[in-house]
Design a binder for this molecule. Sequence first.
Ligand code: ASP
Ligand code: MG
Length: 435
Amino acid sequence: MGLVVQKYGGSSVADAEGIKRVAKRVVEAKKHGHQVVVVVSAMGDTTDELIDLAAEVSPVASGRELDMLLTAGERISMALLAMAIKALGHEAQSFTGSQAGVITDSTHNRARIIDVTPGRIQSSVNKGNIAIVAGFQGVSQSSKDITTLGRGGSDTTAVALAAALGAEVCEIYTDVDGVFTADPRVVKRARKIDWISYEDMLELASSGSKVLLHRCVEYARRYNIPIHVRSSFSGLPGTWVSSEPPEQRGQRGQQQQGEHETMEQAIISGVAHDTSEAKVTVVGVPDKPGEAALIFRAIADAEINIDMVVQNVSAAATGLTDISFTLPKSEGRRVIAALERHRAGIGFEALRYDDQVAKISLVGAGMKTNPGVCATFFEALAGAGVNVELISTSEIRISVVTREEEVNDAVRAVHTAFGLDSENDEAVVYGGTGR
Ligand code: ASP
Ligand code: MG
């Protein structure tokens, strides 16, 4: 049996009880004969609390010192978990991100991993220890300063370590039983997905699904690391994210013999929604070459990432058109300022900013080869009385922007229309404040 990396999120290690429960589970994996490396997040809402605390002493806390502060959260959990494992009579050692060899670039608060040199971790597990690693952090190769990987970054730590250690699987333990066909907090009848491809998972992640971060899935796909997303509360088999269904992977992970016989790619993987974006409309843009280029250059120069873009055909009489796009609400102020600065050069009539919107996306590789998916999607929205404001598509995704207050109805209607509702309410949310 080989090495497994297990990652436990903040809600799984929220208090002493949680840490003891996780310790038992980790020890179980060790008893099954695996070498075990564990990555932990900060306890509960610790990271948010530390950010609030920093804001109280300084309105501009960021960069190096904020990273120093935030990495403390994961260090608390790693040491406590190592203690709890020792209390069960097993050997454990904890390591900070930099001790574990997580090397990053020097961008504070959202560093990227550029290399992982896990020599100390490997030798610790070779000696029979369970190695515990603080997630979400690393050390900059050039400045030697401590960095963090951006919110939710512990998943990426886990996958990166799994790749560097040649692990069989990266198990991500969270407060739900896996990846669901919709957010179980919104759709009671959401169904757990047994297996999903990296591609569909990437689309779900970029469409607002929060169970796995896009960056972590991207990393897993690049190194072909199978991810098993599951609950630390229930012990049920969760969702496998990998390049192909894991039928032949009989020995991998735990508790999964005979579970995968019926796994196959569904036509539709799921429905994701996102209420974190706003919509900007540039009204009355002259319909001539170069206008869109001016607008999007102004936005790019302000280093703002945008998502959906839609341009309407101009009314022949006016020769003017409207261009709409979506972007994170947090960038709203900056984008308006950037466009206002270039108003004269671009020559538009007005700017409209709307943050009461939501994006709903249907994802599934099967839509490439199944006609009628689009029609069913829009009929479901129509049936729920939901008005569509923007539409965008990729090969394996359809997204629409609607009013924010309609988002839950829209998601439920689409979920039902594609036959995704489970017969029983199996979607349980075990923990977390959703903060
Ligand atoms: N503790 C960090 C956060 O809350 C990292 C993580 O949980 O993955 O964002
Ligand atoms: Mg967290």
